[in-house]
Write a protein that binds this ligand. Structure first.
Ligand code: AMP
Length: 399
């Protein structure tokens, strides 16, 4: 069975084509700058990487471009579209409607459209990908995998905000959480690697440009750091994370900025970038801090401190923790961040092993001491594979 996984952003489409029988990624890549000058596609197949330029006006054209390259004689890996058995789409917001991945029907499309208000920047491009695939491959089944779905098991006391209850009933204002597919992948992988006994209470740290932590008991999220939108929680590349809500109105008044301005401030100009004034990128910040830039160092300290606070509070919320998982670009690659976050947790039963941790990038590895009551482990995430697996199960009629 061949499955293509599609992730449509506002001006990009990422894709991976899986052969589920041989467990091989046949092709992967992305179209960037859709609707802008200088669109291009980066494509990798048969061990060859190419970058091709071409005008891509919208997502429909982007999907046509991707499918075209997949069947092209020079760069392709299949001979006909009919070899594609199913399509899996990443969909950011599923509201309270979707608790797991689903087969996309007209009714499901309508429900995803109804969630647009909760994710006005993300759901419309996700839907564009679905519309495009439907028009080009009308007979191929499509599946939606939602970033929010895995966290739908959170109890009410964790997902409610202490606002008037009517805001929940009128507008569905509550905490949803994101990165669900990643938290689910690493939690399931941890169970395979460490066994059930050591993975009953998990804290999964997805630390990338966007970042979130989840508390998971027996495979079910009980709390997570992102909220109604992906701005809440950790200090991120350009997002502020947790904030005194009173700051919003204060800054709006003092700086004379409106709703759009404050939205842009907390989403695009805050976090590591806003604090350091240097960059939102961890590698650049690590370099700047090593050269003595104090604001870069402050940004790093704030990021690490906030993750530590979440780990501590989730351990308290769950009444303990068996394993702490690091994933995402920073979690998988930055040994100094992992050290700064996980050191000094002996009181929780976590004995971090500096030697095992040093220099590890992008590989599965236990980084706590042998015999540590709590395990710390790096597990590179693989959201695309998770979506492909869901798609195969649903299309195969097993879910
Ligand atoms: P993601 O959003 O998961 O792709 O993660 C992006 C973040 O991971 C950026 O802040 C990168 O700087 C960071 N990152 C990627 N590779 C490394 C590395 N080798 N060392 C430190 N940070 C890294």
């Amino acid at each position: 069975m061949k499955i293509i996984v599609i992730n449509c952003g506002s001006s990009s489409i990422k894709y991976q084509l899986f052969d589920m029988d041989s467990h091989v990624v046949l092709a992967k890549g992305g179209v960037e700058k859709i609707g802008l000058n200088g669109s291009f596609i980066k494509h990798e197949s048969n061990g060859k990487k190419v970058t091709l330029e071409g005008e891509v006006v919208d997502h429909q054209a982007g999907i046509e471009y991707i499918l075209g390259i997949l069947i092209s004689r020079e760069h392709g890996c299949i001979s006909d579209f009919c070899e594609i058995n199913a399509v899996g789409h990443r969909v950011v917001h599923g509201g309270e409607k979707f608790k797991s991945s689903v087969l996309i029907t007209d009714e499901v499309v309508k429900q995803i459209e109804e969630c647009i208000q909760l994710a006005p920047l993300h759901n419309p491009p996700n839907l564009s990908g679905i519309y495009a695939m439907k028009s080009i491959l009308p007979d191929v089944p499509q599946v939606g995998a939602f970033d929010t779905a895995f966290h739908q098991t959170m109890p009410e006391h964790a997902f409610m905000y202490a606002l008037p209850y009517s805001l929940y009933t009128k507008y569905a204002i509550r905490r949803y959480g994101f990165h669900g597919t990643s938290h689910r992948y690493v939690s399931e992988r941890a169970k395979e690697l460490l066994g059930e006994q050591r993975t009953q209470k998990l804290i999964t740290c997805h630390l990338g440009n966007g970042a979130s932590v989840a508390a998971i008991i027996n495979g079910k999220t009980v709390d997570t750091s992102m909220g109604l939108t992906p701005v809440e929680g950790l200090v991120m590349g350009t997002r502020c994370g947790d904030l005194d809500p009173g700051i919003m109105t204060y800054v709006m008044e003092r700086e004379d900025i409106n709703r759009t301005g404050i939205n842009s401030l907390i989403n695009k100009h805050s976090g590591l970038l806003g604090i350091s004034g240097v960059s939102s990128d961890m590698r650049e910040l690590e370099t700047a801090a090593a050269e003595g830039n104090q604001r870069a160092q402050l940004a790093l300290d704030m990021l690490h401190y906030r993750v530590r606070k979440y780990i501590g509070s989730y351990a308290a919320a769950m009444g303990g923790v068996d394993t702490v998982i690091f994933t995402g670009g920073i979690g998988e690659n930055s040994d100094s961040s992992r050290y700064e976050i996980a050191k000094g947790f002996e009181f929780l039963g976590l004995e971090f092993d500096e030697t095992k941790n040093v220099g590890v990038r992008g590989q599965e590895k236990i980084i706590s001491k042998d015999g540590s009551k709590v395990t710390a482990i790096i597990i590179p995430t693989n959201e695309e594979l998770m979506i492909a697996r869901d798609t195969a199960l649903i299309v195969g009629g097993k879910q």
